[in-house]
Design a protein around this ligand. Structure first.
Ligand code: BES
Ligand code: MN
Ligand code: ZN
Length: 503
């Protein structure tokens, strides 16, 4: 899908479809009123028949509207005018794009970004619109057979060019920046979804490393991939303890986007990259185990984010660290009861090999110290317990620094990709006591997502750190199974506002 910005006279040009909003109570938006006037009251007549009340996300396609230049007019419900905020706006955009995805409307003019949406700027409105349109039309096509893929490409369905009408010509530059932002976020989200959706026999640690190298080449970033020997030299016994049960070689991927001031301390992002989690010797039950291909969504988030900030050319120093391997049962696999020595020197009693995420992250978090970070954020599909606590709406947020936590919470609100602040009080720490090592890798059933965060906190004492547990938000199960691309939007907002503050 291509995007372009249009100013005032666009409704007089020919389009295959023009999208206009109607508030609840059949109240026409300005754009809908203009078309109503052109058509001699045709639109309001249709509404009087009761075909569309204006309920949020409802749609009605009108054909051959008298006086209109467009082949069709799509009316979309906006809900109550007083309640029309960012979230409702995005829902209306999504409903419009979905309604158009099954028909052939190549050139579409959408007149929703000119609506007043709370206090937000034109830049934000356009950005949300583009991001939402890309999200709503995403399809996983990476490994369809060639014939089917090319047939789909040739089919005429769906929007080819989405023209975005804005109210004020003086906002043109702002709207264009919004288009760049939205496209960058949408592209990053798509990459994150693709990597998550790929089957685990394709998306291996080696594959992720190749993707990082490809990104680095396209956007001229620095990339380094550490192999097992290098990690042995660094003393990453915890990470390698997880990797040792797999035939696939582990990788530690380090990506650097250094577009800030030379002396600016970087933000380091650490992504869990378990390309398949069987549980290891503490084998998981069979049901839905296929979904454990998504256990690399933290890694995919980091890669997607790097695509986004590279496309934005964001003036900030950002470093990505991705520990990636498989968690498999094997004759050489780590056993429950084994004690591993982490890079930090802390010894870890592995009481459950299925609590492997924290074992690979802890060494990556120690490795992050060398960058003297201004903040470290890790992103991980870490615990089933987080899904029980928060469901699929909010990402779990844990931090050793309240102002960093606040920054991330606000970024999530702004990006409509929310997190919820969870406690990480010292009271929980004794749950990780071990009789045979410095620390155990599990803390029992109670407060599972908190004890997982507490485990990580033992390795993050030297810097400001936050942990995002995305077990409930990174992908959807059931009929709509697929990656969501979260929390790329939240973290983009977080980095953009850091860049704004530092300039
Ligand atoms: N990758 C899983 C967490 C997970 C499970 C995410 C289900 C999403 C859905 C993680 O490695 C894991 O297995 N965690 C265990 C920890 C437990 C053994 C303390 C869990 O949550 O059951
Ligand atoms: Mn596990
Ligand atoms: Zn896992």
């Amino acid at each position: 899908m291509e995007f372009s910005i249009k100013t005032s006279v666009a409704e007089k040009q020919h389009h295959h479809c023009v999208v206009v909003g109607v508030y609840e109570g059949r109240e026409l938006s300005d754009a809908a009123q203009a078309i109503d006037a052109l058509s001699d009251g045709y639109v309001s007549k249709v509404l009087k028949h009761g075909d569309l009340e204006g309920k949020l996300e409802s749609t009605l396609m009108l054909h051959q509207v008298p006086g209109a230049q467009a082949d069709r007019i799509l009316l979309v419900g906006l809900g109550k005018k007083a309640e029309f905020k960012e979230k409702q706006y995005c829902k209306a955009v999504r409903a419009s794009v979905k309604a158009l995805s099954a028909i052939s409307a190549d050139e579409v003019l959408i007149m929703l970004a000119e609506l007043p949406v709370g206090e937000i700027t034109t830049r934000k409105k356009v950005s949300h619109l583009v991001e939402t349109a890309l999200d709503a039309t995403y399809r996983f096509e990476a490994i369809k057979c060639k014939k089917e893929a090319s047939e789909e490409k040739e089919s005429k369905k769906g929007i080819k060019v989405l023209n975005i009408q804005i109210a004020d010509v003086t906002d043109l530059a702002e709207a264009k920046s919004g288009l760049v932002d939205g496209k960058a976020i949408g592209d990053g989200v798509s990459l994150t979804k693709d990597l998550g959706n790929l089957p685990p026999n394709v998306c291996t640690p080696t594959y992720l490393a190749e993707q990082a190298q490809a990104l680095a080449k396209t956007y001229r970033l620095t990339v380094e991939v550490l192999e097992r020997e290098a990690m042995q030299k660094l003393g990453m016994g915890s990470f390698l303890g997880v990797a040792q049960g797999s035939e696939e070689p582990p990788k530690l991927i380090v990506l650097q986007h250094l577009k800030g001031h030379q002396d600016q301390k970087p933000v380091v992002l650490v992504g869990k990259g378990i390309t398949f989690d069987t549980g290891g010797i503490s084998l998981k039950p069979g049901a839905e185990m296929d979904e454990m291909k998504y256990d690399m969504c933290g890694a995919a988030t980091v890669l997607g984010l790097f695509k986004t900030i590279a496309e934005m050319d964001l003036p900030l120093n950002v470093i990505g660290v991705i520990p990636t391997c498989e968690n498999m049962p094997d004759g050489r696999a780590t056993r429950p009861g084994d004690v591993l020595t982490s890079m930090s020197g802390l010894t870890i009693e592995v009481l459950n090999t299925d609590a492997e995420g924290r074992l690979i992250l802890c060494d990556a978090l120690t490795y992050a110290e060398r960058f003297e970070p201004s903040a470290v954020v890790d992103i991980a599909t870490l615990t089933g317990a987080c899904v029980i606590a928060l469901g699929h709406h909010a990402t779990g947020l844990f931090s050793n620094n309240d102002s960093l936590a606040k920054e991330l919470l606000q970024a999530g609100e702004q990006a409509l990709d929310r997190a919820w602040h969870m406690p990480m009080w010292d009271d929980y720490q004794p749950l990780l006591d071990s009789n045979f090592a410095d620390i155990a890798n599990i803390g029992g059933r109670a407060a599972g997502s908190i004890t997982a965060a507490c485990f990580l906190s033992r390795f993050t004492k030297k810097y400001d750190w936050a942990h995002l547990d995305i077990a409930g938000t990174a992908w959807k199960s059931g009929k709509e199974k697929g990656g969501t691309g979260r929390p790329v939007p939240m973290l983009t907002e977080f980095l953009v506002s850091r860049a704004r503050k530092s300039s």
